[in-house]
Design a protein around this ligand. Structure first.
Ligand SMILES: NC(=O)C1=CN([C@@H]2O[C@H](COP(=O)(O)OP(=O)(O)OC[C@H]3O[C@@H](n4cnc5c(N)ncnc54)[C@H](O)[C@@H]3O)[C@@H](O)[C@H]2O)C=CC1
Ligand SMILES: O=C(O)C1=N[C@H](C(=O)O)C[C@H](O)C1
Length: 437
């Protein structure tokens, strides 16, 4: 963990300590940091045995993946060390120059890197919404991106706002560098129609708000994402670290990470079962699965070992093996399902709410058309066309957003059900084999 004493450093350390798939191997920060020499978990009142150091080589030598949430100049140093020690990198830092971005791309020829200005599942789903909105709002809608962050943030516009602009420019077929208006001051003249405006707010402890405004004539549409905690960034960063386990080189972003999670889980479930049943005993099985980085099946093997060895006097330890194993396997199954379903909540929410946006548009348009008819007492086509046209745009928008979300939800849902069935059958087999003694 690089930037261990920072805001993201703290959230990441807390998230790593709670994640059975990850282990904190080292923690680094600048020599000027007051945290140097402290236990990495001290801010939580916990002892991790990992001391925050300013010696980068010492911090990374036992690591598989380096997670960097620092500053661009720090990341550049860390990249060269990762190249030297062949260590993978998850980069959350923002504010890179073009030449620094090129350095990262060059490094990815030799090591595997995930870089994303925003690691949260919600923001990555928001990019998709922006892509759809940019494509269907073809008339004269001016696009403005407004972002707000805490008073300590040093780069502007935020990396997320810039990425949102890039997504919109790509969907519109515009050149981002030609169309981005990163700031405004003085006599700016009228706004160009092919332009993506940016506005930056800095204040207090705002974690991260982003709103994209499509401002038309007589109406505007806004798509927003608000962070209420840094934990969504940290969970995304750990998903990215796990994603890198099977990669040796290449440049990836969170879209790659989120798309591949379920495919990976299905492969892990199948190959893990083969390894488990081919092992001579439980200990060997647990070790093999750990060596294969197969946390999905590994947790089940570990659950059986721990339940068998639990001779404690509290209620849990007194019940017979079958009862204890049933209880513990159920908890392991629930944890695995919860992990697999990350992202489904977002898709389900989009899929279920977007049609109502469309329906609301239809009702609104028809209401206005009827009001006009009632006020004038005549049924002229020009009085109906405007409101009904608007209603149709809203309806189409609702459907265009909802339909892909529902398709994705069903597609991923099928995947999750398949994996769940494999895990349920495995848990039942484990109970059958090991529940008796
Ligand atoms: N990708 C994502 O999801 C997110 C990205 N970020 C980005 O992560 C970075 C860090 O954010 P925060 O934790 O809020 O900042 P922070 O200022 O709270 O923490 C940064 C830490 O990095 C250390 N640091 C500074 N310069 C360094 C250098 N040259 N070498 C090594 N360490 C150095 C500091 O001592 C500090 O402990 C920012 O660029 C921010 O924009 C923040 C949140 C989410
Ligand atoms: O500095 C922050 O805090 C954040 N930075 C990232 C960015 O620049 O987009 C992500 C998030 O918005 C928080």
């Amino acid at each position: 963990m690089q930037g261990a004493a920072g805001k993201m450093g703290h959230t990441l350390i807390e998230t790593i300590l709670d994640n059975p798939n990850c282990q904190l191997a080292g923690a680094f920060d600048l020599p000027t940091s007051v945290a140097i020499g402290q236990d990495a978990g001290a801010f939580l009142g916990k002892s991790t045995g990992i001391i925050i150091t300013d010696n980068i080589e010492q911090a990374i030598e036992k690591s598989d993946v380096l997670i960097d949430f620092t500053r661009p100049e720090g990341t550049m140093t860390h990249v060269s060390l990762c190249l030297k020690h062949n260590i993978k990198l998850v980069i959350g830092t923002t504010g890179f120059s073009e030449s620094q971005k090129q350095t990262l791309l060059d490094a990815s020829q030799k090591i595997a890197i995930v870089q994303s200005p925003n690691m949260s599942v919600g923001v990555n789903a928001t990019y998709k919404l922006l892509e759809v909105a940019s494509k269907i709002l073809k008339g004269h809608y001016d696009i403005e991106i407004i972002e707000a962050h805490h008073r300590h943030k040093v780069d502007a516009p935020s990396g997320t706002a810039l990425r949102m602009g890039e997504v919109i420019a790509k969907a519109k077929g515009w050149d981002f560098d030609q169309t981005a208006i990163l700031s405004r001051e003085g006599h700016t003249g009228p706004r160009p129609s092919e332009g993506i405006g940016f506005a930056t707010v800095r204040g207090g402890d705002i974690i991260g708000d982003h709103t994209v405004m499509f401002a038309g004539t007589g109406e505007r549409i806004e798509i927003s994402h608000f962070s209420s905690s840094r934990s969504s960034y940290a969970s995304g960063a750990l998903l990215a670290a796990e994603f890198l386990a099977t990669k040796t080189q290449g440049f990836y972003d969170m879209q790659d990470v989120l798309a591949i999670q379920l495919t990976k889980a299905r492969g892990q479930a199948k190959s893990g079962l083969t390894s488990f049943w081919a092992s001579p005993n439980l200990e060997d099985a647990a070790q093999t699965l750990q060596a294969q980085n197969n946390a999905l099946i590994g947790h089940f093997a570990q659950t059986v070992v721990e339940t068998r060895d639990d001779r404690s006097k509290h209620l849990d330890g007194q019940a017979d093996m079958s009862a204890r194993l049933t209880k513990n396997l159920r908890a392991t199954l629930q944890a695995a399902t919860h992990q697999l379903e990350t992202g489904q909540v977002v898709l389900a929410t989009i899929g279920s709410t977007a049609p109502f946006v469309g329906l609301f548009g239809t009702v609104w348009g028809i209401f206005h058309a009827l009001t006009k008819i009632a006020n004038t007492g005549s049924v002229a086509i020009d009085q109906i066309a405007g409101p009904v046209g608007e209603a149709l745009i809203m309806t189409a928008f609702g459907l265009v957003v909802a339909v892909p979300a529902v398709i994705a939800y069903n597609f991923f849902g099928r995947f999750i059900r398949t994996i769940n069935k494999i895990l349920e059958a495995f848990a039942a087999d484990l109970l059958h084999y090991f529940g008796k003694n």
